[in-house]
Every structure is written in structure tokens, then in C-alpha cells.
Design a protein around this ligand. Structure first.
Ligand code: PEP
Ligand code: MG
Length: 744
């Protein structure tokens, strides 16, 4: 049973068109269930269209359309549940559609195909004899429908884009506000094996390209083989080893090269060889050899990917693009040329994933959680990304493009207005001064991140300089980077956070494989387990700061007081070593911890006895308080820093820090959101650290509100029962002050 299910789902998922997928599905399901008829109806604009059948009249495919309110198939879609009838004719909703010629069938079993709460269609099996399908058969059809829903939804999207006569819309979640109009560049999407047949201008150069691509594919495959070997997964390891040997000169690798020698471009050569071999293998009788066709396809696509998307660092499109990727890792974004990045769309990731934070730091409109968007054939298509609304319009009409151009200019005008006050202090109308700091470190260039008008750097994430290297940066390399940061901040304070890798920030040269990376070896945990690395970082920070007053050191992911004690001991050790080794005149910098693990909220008195300040990491605090992975799009609607429970925790933290005389700031994303900043100021926070894109806006806003009004608002907010109600209340307040345009 499991094998049959797997065979059907694999065959459907491998099909390149919706039509083919559905045909395979009905034929294989009919055979697997040993019935006389299997059909599938796809829902389009409230009508169910017969889209493939094995057993009904073929000519009715695409022609028979039934509204949801009619017939048994409509009832399945309407009720969103399976129906199993021994004799369909006896059911009051039975309706005969003469074109499909189903008169002979009586037994009827149908299951809805539902993906992400949306009915995509209905799969039906029928039989002439009046008998009830048994429970096992019913469960099989339902499992099949559930397993295939994702593949069908992807193929349906792709068919919509390809048969495009009018603009179509994809929805997702906003990760960084703004609008962009540009062509899509899809990375990591499916590469079609069918490539145009083009002749090469220079055969020698082309052979070199091919060899490089084969070399890279070889490296990737042997890494995979080794990885699975290490994990004792012999089956997977041998699959990759087998693919690897196919790349040999005596095998497909040599075939590709021969075709290039005949004058073809490398892409055309790989495509020609692959298609030819697939045709030969598919025609074979032997089931094992037949299956090898899929290996040839996979290998061809791997080599083509290396030819078409060769390494991301060298990627430099001629015009700005909207990058469409399955998952944006921070490394990719940090390396991608900023002036060529108009927008970002991803399938995976959460609103507070580091890639999303980076997009905000870069001020690039970004939308996440757009299901299967890389498979939808968007590459090179003109798109409008309205990230603020969570919408991606493909092939927009000229009038829509004009409208969006006007919106973009209106937004730029607003931003200029906010920026015009950036050099004025963030002073509320009733005289409360709020200090605004910059979150930096996620960009590779430092100087560009130091905004005029910030009171300093409230969070310098040291991860990126580590992520862009091939190995741990040396002490002197780190000193250089930290010095640049301190200099760029021009005498203003800089809070440098020690390494916070792990979670969604992997180091390419220090892979960590964990079931639950956000609950795993992250931040200070890793530093304390590797004192040799931690000490180098501390020494580098101390030397970069020399005798200056600017530096403050911040420890991430602290969950136990003991970790603070150990870290302080290492700091002392680094400090003493430097004094002895270099007779250096050093100052002990203030030291703080991130308040991002909930347990620490209840130990603030003990924390206050150990460190000089705390910085609230609302991103992780929200993640851990709500038990919602900040990176998982399936649960991103549950990740809500405005959840009244989270707000109460933040409020209590502000009060407790005050009562223990512990300096506190907030450096999570909430501090840079207009609504979040208002609520935090109302709670008593006077230091907020945010990305550059938020500074001017938050400053402008705080200069137009009264703190005592915000405190009244907070009282109401804390009585609300959901994040939604909280936002509505703050929105109303902003409207009443004619400030709602700040919400974009
Ligand atoms: C946070 O958790 O809020 C924070 C600022 O740190 P990071 O986003 O880097 O985990
Ligand atoms: Mg954090």
C-alpha cells in the first residue's frame, strides 16, 4: 500500500504539466484500486471541470463543468469531505451529466483535494456493481488526495502562469514593506531539460565551462554521498555515488563533452545527450533500466544548474531583479549586489528569519511564504511586488504598472519627509527623550550602515563577517572589522554582540546538524563550548576598542546565570592576557545580555547583580514565548509580537529592570515597527535599536505623540485578547492623530 502510494505520488510530482500529471493520476489510481473508472475534477472559479478520466467519455474532458451546488462531486467540494455510496443514483444530489456517459456506474467514492484550506478539486472512483467501497479503499483515496494536493497546486499555478492571458496574483506574507517593479530572477527553481539548440562560438571555452560545471556537480554529489554515508543512510548515499559515477568520462560526462566538441553550446549538449538517453532508457522493457531515465534527468538538471546559475557570488544581473528563491539564506542576500536587488520573494522563511531582517536592513521589499513560487515558471517575467500587501502580480497590464509607479513615487515622497527630521532628537510632544540606535552587522559594507541621526549602534551582529569567510576569521581580521564599525559610529556607543550562529545562521565551514536548531547549539552556548574561538573574539573586540569608551559587549541566547559567570570569566581572562602580552591600556567595557529566553525574565534581579545592561531580543522572545518557529511559514501567522501575552512580558521586563536599576533597551524587530515603538515607549523603554529603514519613520512618529497618551493606550492594549485587537486599537489611535499613513 505504502509503495503504491509512493509510486503514484512520485509519478505525479515528476510530471511537467498539470495535464500529464492528472492523466497519470487517474490511470494509476484506477489500476491501484482495481476499479473501472477514476476521474478528477479541478475547481476553477467556482466550477468543477472534468480534467482527466480513465473510464468516462474522454471527449468530455475540459468540457463538462459543474457548479458547486450541483451533483455529488459538487457536494464533496462543498462539504470538504469524502463521500462513499454503494449506489450513487439513490442520493438526492445525484445528477446525470449525459456528456460523460456514466450511466453504467453505481458505486461512487470521492475525496476532495485540499491544499492549505483551499479545495483544488475532487478525485472520484466508480464501479458498475452496486457495492460500498471498503474502509481501506476510502482511506487510500483520502491519503492519496492529501499527499498529492501540494504537487497539484504547484502544477496548477504553473499552468496558470504559462497560459497567461491576464495578470495573475500570488499571495504571501510581508517581510519587508515596499513596492518594486522588475523582472523575476528565479534561483533554485526547476531547470528544464529541454534547452534551445545553440551552436558555440568557441568550442574550447565551451568545453572549459562544461568541465567546470561537471566539477561543481561532482563536488556537490560527493558531499551529499559523504553526508548520508556519515549518517549511515546507505540507500541515499549509494544513489548519490551512482550519480557521481555517471559523470565519469566513460559515461555521460564524456557524452556531454563529445557533443560540445561537435560545436554545441554546453547547455544544448547536456540537453541533447540527456533527452536522447532518456528516450532510449524509457523505451526499454526492463523496469530497472527504465528507472535509470530519472537518474539521467536528475544528473542533466544538476549540470545545467551549474551552467545556468553558476555560484551565487558571481551572480550579477544586468538590471535590478526581483529575486525569487525557495529560501533566502543570509549569505545569499549579503553577497547579492544591492543595486541589482529590487525585491525578494521566497517560499520558505518567517517574518523574523534573519533573511527577512536583512531584507529590511537593506530596505528591499520582501514577501515570504509564497507557496511553490519557484516552480511556477516566473523566470524573466515582469512582476510587480507589493510586499506591503503581500502580493505578487505576474505580467501586469501597462495601466497597473503605471498605477504602481505612482504609488512608488508617493512612498518615496513620504520617506523624504521622515528623513528630513532625522537629525532632530526623538522627543515626544510632552518632552520624553527616546534614544534611537541602529541594528547593524547584517550587511557586509559597514560604513553604509551608519545612519545620520542614530544615537549609536544598539546591536552589531558579528555573524556576517564570520559567514562570509571560508574559515573562522583570525584575531587580526576581526580587529580590523570591529575597528571599522567603531570608527564608522564616530564616538557614539556600539553594542557588539558576540557570535550568535546556529539557528538559521549557519557557518559554511562549521556545519551544525540539529533536529531543533532554534533550541539547540546557538549563541553563547556555542561560544562557551569553544573558548578558543570565544577568547579570540573577545580579545579582538577589546583591542579594536583600545582605550575608547564606545564599546559595550552583549551576550546572545543566555538561558542560565552560570553562562553569564563563565562568559565574564573569559572576558577577564582575555582582558588580563592583553594587558600582560601587550602592556595594553585597556578599559573594561560594560557587558550585557540579550533578554530573549523567557526564563531570564524571572531572574532579572540576579542578572542585574552580574551585568551592566540587558537588551530585549523581541524576535526570539516571541518565538520562545509562543513556541512558534520564527522561520517556519506554516506557522508564521502565529508569530505575533503583539500577542497580549508577549506584550505583558515586555511590560513586566521594563518594570523589573527599572526596579533593579538595570539599564535596558530593545533591539528586536518590534522596536523598529511604528506600532511596536509606541507600545514600548509607553511601557517605559527609552532605548530602541532598529534597522536603518525604520529609524527616520520611528523618529518622525515619536516626535508627534504624547507619552502620557501612549500610557493610556497601553492600559487598554493590555486588556485586549489578541494581537489583532491590539493592532486595531493602535491603528485607531494613529488615525485619530492623523498619523496612519506611517503604517504604509
Ligand atoms: C532578537 O532575537 O530579537 C534579536 C535581536 O536577535 P536575532 O534576531 O539576531 O536573533
Ligand atoms: Mg535573538
Amino acid at each position: 500500500m505504502l509503495n503504491t502510494l509512493r509510486d503514484i505520488t512520485q509519478a505525479v510530482a515528476a510530471a511537467h504539466t498539470l495535464e500529464l500529471a492528472l492523466e497519470l493520476l487517474v490511470a494509476q489510481t484506477k489500476a491501484a484500486m482495481d476499479t473501472q473508472c477514476c476521474s478528477i475534477y479541478i475547481l476553477e472559479q467556482q466550477e468543477l471541470i472534468l480534467s482527466a478520466t480513465d473510464g468516462l467519455e474522454k471527449s468530455a474532458v475540459g468540457r463538462v463543468k459543474m457548479p458547486l451546488s450541483e451533483g455529488l462531486v459538487g457536494l464533496v467540494a462543498e462539504r470538504e469531505e469524502a463521500i462513499n455510496l454503494a449506489d450513487a443514483r439513490k442520493h438526492p444530489r445525484f445528477k446525470l451529466f449525459p456528456e460523460v456517459a456514466e450511466e453504467e456506474y453505481r458505486a461512487f467514492l470521492a475525496a476532495p483535494i485540499i491544499y492549505q484550506k483551499q479545495v483544488l478539486g475532487v478525485i472520484v472512483v466508480q464501479q458498475a456493481s452496486a457495492r460500498q467501497f471498503n474502509e481501506g479503499e476510502e482511506a487510500f483515496l483520502m491519503t492519496l488526495a492529501a499527499q498529492l494536493a501540494m504537487a497539484i497546486s504547484g502544477l496548477k499555478r504553473r499552468a496558470d502562469v504559462q497560459g497567461l492571458e491576464q495578470q495573475i496574483l500570488f499571495n504571501g506574507t510581508c517581510a519587508s514593506t515596499g513596492i518594486a517593479i522588475a523582472h523575476a530572477l528565479v534561483l533554485g527553481g526547476e531547470i528544464p531539460l529541454e534547452q534551445p539548440e545553440l551552436r558555440a562560438a568557441d568550442t574550447v571555452a565551451e568545453l572549459l565551462r562544461l568541465r567546470t560545471a561537471i566539477g561543481r556537480s561532482r563536488d556537490a554529489l560527493s558531499a551529499l554521498a559523504q553526508k548520508f554515508d556519515g549518517e549511515q543512510d546507505e540507500e541515499l548515499s549509494s544513489i548519490f555515488s551512482a550519480l557521481l559515477s555517471l559523470l565519469d568520462e566513460a559515461s555521460l560526462g564524456g557524452e556531454y563533452a563529445r557533443e560540445v566538441s561537435l560545436g554545441w553550446r554546453a547547455e544544448s549538449a547536456v540537453s541533447r545527450v540527456s533527452l536522447r538517453c532518456i528516450a532510449q532508457f524509457s523505451a526499454m522493457e526492463d523496469a530497472y533500466l527504465k528507472e535509470r531515465a530519472s537518474d539521467i534527468r536528475e544528473l542533466g538538471q544538476r549540470v545545467l544548474r551549474q551552467l545556468i546559475e553558476p555560484g551565487r557570488v558571481t551572480l550579477e544581473p544586468d538590471k535590478p531583479v526581483i529575486l525569487v528563491v525557495r529560501e533566502a539564506d543570509t549569505g545569499l542576500l549579503a553577497e547579492f549586489p544591492r543595486q541589482k536587488l529590487a525585491g525578494l520573494v521566497t517560499e520558505l522563511g518567517g517574518v523574523n528569519s534573519h533573511a527577512a531582517i536583512l531584507a529590511r536592513a537593506l530596505d528591499v521589499p520582501a514577501m515570504i511564504g509564497v507557496d511553490q513560487v519557484t516552480q511556477a515558471g516566473l523566470d524573466q517575467k515582469l512582476v510587480v511586488l507589493n510586499a506591503s500587501r503581500g502580493q505578487l502580480l505576474v505580467s501586469p497590464t501597462p495601466s497597473v504598472v503605471d498605477e504602481y509607479r505612482n504609488l512608488i513615487s508617493a512612498q518615496r515622497a513620504l520617506q523624504r519627509r521622515y528623513a528630513s527630521e532625522l537629525n532632530e532628537p526623538a522627543l515626544t510632544l510632552d518632552g520624553h527623550r527616546v534614544h534611537l540606535f541602529l541594528n547593524a552587522g547584517l550587511l557586509s559594507g559597514v560604513a553604509s550602515e551608519i545612519a545620520d541621526g542614530a544615537d549609536g549602534i544598539g546591536l552589531y551582529r558579528t555573524e556576517i563577517p564570520f559567514m562570509l569567510q571560508q574559515r573562522f576569521p583570525s584575531e587580526s581580521e576581526q580587529i580590523k572589522v570591529y575597528r571599522q564599525v567603531l570608527q564608522a559610529a564616530a564616538n557614539k556607543p556600539v553594542v557588539m554582540r558576540t557570535l550568535d550562529v546556529g539557528g538559521d545562521k549557519p557557518l559554511p565551514y562549521f556545519p551544525i546538524k540539529e533536529e531543533n536548531p532554534f533550541l539547540g547549539w546557538r549563541g553563547v552556548r556555542l561560544s562557551l563550548d569553544h573558548p578558543e574561538l570565544f577568547l579570540v573574539q573577545l580579545r579582538a573586540m577589546l583591542q579594536a576598542a583600545a582605550d575608547g569608551e564606545q564599546l559595550k559587549i552583549l551576550l546572545p541566547m543566555v538561558s542560565h546565570l552560570d553562562e553569564i559567570d563563565q562568559a565574564l570569566a573569559y572576558l577577564e581572562q582575555a582582558f588580563n592576557e592583553l594587558r600582560t602580552d601587550f602592556n595594553a591600556q585597556l578599559k573594561r567595557p560594560p557587558i550585557g545580555v540579550m533578554l530573549e529566553v523567557p526564563a531570564l525574565l524571572y531572574q532579572l534581579q540576579e542578572v542585574a547583580a552580574r551585568v551592566d545592561f540587558v537588551s530585549v531580543g523581541s524576535n526570539d522572545l516571541t518565538q520562545y514565548l509562543l513556541a512558534v518557529d520564527r522561520n517556519n511559514p506554516r506557522v508564521s501567522s502565529l508569530f505575533d509580537s503583539y500577542h497580549p501575552g508577549v506584550l505583558r512580558a515586555l511590560h513586566a521586563a521594563a518594570r523589573d529592570c527599572q526596579s533593579h536599576g538595570l539599564a535596558v533597551s530593545v533591539c528586536g524587530e518590534l522596536a523598529g515597527e511604528p506600532m511596536g515603538a509606541l507600545l514600548l515607549v509607553a511601557m517605559g523603554y527609552r532605548e530602541l535599536s532598529m534597522s536603518q529603514g525604520s529609524l527616520a519613520k520611528v523618529n518622525y512618529l515619536l516626535r508627534r505623540v504624547e507619552c502620557h497618551e501612549l500610557e493610556q493606550l497601553l492600559e487598554l492594549v493590555l486588556q485586549m485578547s489578541s494581537g489583532y485587537e491590539v493592532r486595531e486599537l493602535v491603528r485607531e489611535y494613529l488615525s485619530s492623530r492623523e498619523l496612519s499613513s506611517i503604517l504604509d
